[in-house]
Design a protein around this ligand. Structure first.
Ligand code: ADP
Ligand code: ADP
Length: 234
């Protein structure tokens, strides 16, 4: 479902800083893949390329058989909303809107019917245990609740691929466990494909495959068995 072929990214034409060097990576449908590596190693750059927020300097990113770099900006915005779900560390929610307004925002942008939106909203809120929060404003809920809302918003379009950047980065132990449990359910029960950047060994323990990136290169790939052993590595 995702193919990254010989992808390089160079920032700043003048300074020529190479953030990614000839990356090859394939992600199959239904995989739960972690990306780990030191700060500055290129994780966000890679996620931005996959998330179609940025384009590679060379090489190809192919998502669901399409090459986002070839789409015009209107097609790209639609592609992003329909095919991808984003879950960020700082939640990226609109603080002055309510929980339900935030969740249905991607559908509103597509001009979806209210009856359809309400139905989808209720199903997803129920599944993520946030039905009681729908009328609250984002500013009034906890970090763990906000991350559930972010996951709900990422899911509302039933995206093929969920991209998560440090989803437990701002959460306490209990909320981290809840959020990772949700992502695990989405992966196992709904067959969502998940790609997650994380520094958190606990979050990484949920991934079946972890790729390590260092100085813009993929240096190692490991597979974990089903047991949840805490995962510690350099
Ligand atoms: P990570 O997510 O692993 O911390 P990043 O992908 O954010 O790493 O950054 C990789 C390298 O690319 C870093 O050295 C960073 O400073 C540089 N970089 C990231 N974004 C830009 C940019 N827009 N312009 C120039 N350099 C950048
Ligand atoms: P993280 O470590 O969480 O990935 P960063 O602080 O590295 O976040 O980067 C935050 C944002 O700043 C990213 O969008 C990245 O592309 C951009 N950025 C990082 N380094 C540079 C840089 N040297 N020049 C310009 N933009 C940068």
């Amino acid at each position: 479902m995702l193919e990254i072929k010989n992808v390089s990214k160079i920032y700043n034409e003048g300074l020529q800083f190479q953030a990614l060097k000839s990356i090859d990576l394939e992600v199959e449908e239904g995989e739960f893949v972690g990306i780990m590596g030191p700060s500055g190693s290129g994780k966000s750059t890679l996620l931005n390329l996959i998330g179609t927020i940025d384009t590679p300097t060379s090489g190809k990113v192919i998502l669901g058989g399409k090459e986002p770099a070839k789409l015009n900006s209107e097609e790209l915005a639609k592609f992003r909303r329909n095919e991808l779900g984003f879950v960020f560390q700082n939640f990226n929610l609109m603080p002055t809107l309510t929980v339900e307004e935030n969740i249905i925002l991607p559908l509103t942008l597509d001009g979806e019917k209210i009856s359809v939106m309400t139905k989808k909203l209720n199903i997803i809120a129920e599944r993520l245990g946030i039905s009681e929060l729908l009328k609250k404003r984002i500013a009034t809920i906890s970090g763990g609740q906000a991350q559930r809302v972010a996951i709900a918003r990422a899911m509302i379009h039933e995206p093929k691929l969920i991209l998560a950047d440090e989803p437990t980065g701002n959460l306490d132990t209990k909320s981290s466990k809840d959020v990772m449990g949700l992502l695990e359910d989405l992966n196992q029960k709904e067959a969502s494909t998940i790609l997650m950047v994380t520094h958190d060994p606990f979050a990484a323990s949920y991934c079946k495959k972890i790729v390590f990136i260092k100085d813009g290169e993929l240096v190692k790939e490991i597979y974990q068995n089903g047991t949840r052993e805490a995962f510690y590595d350099d």
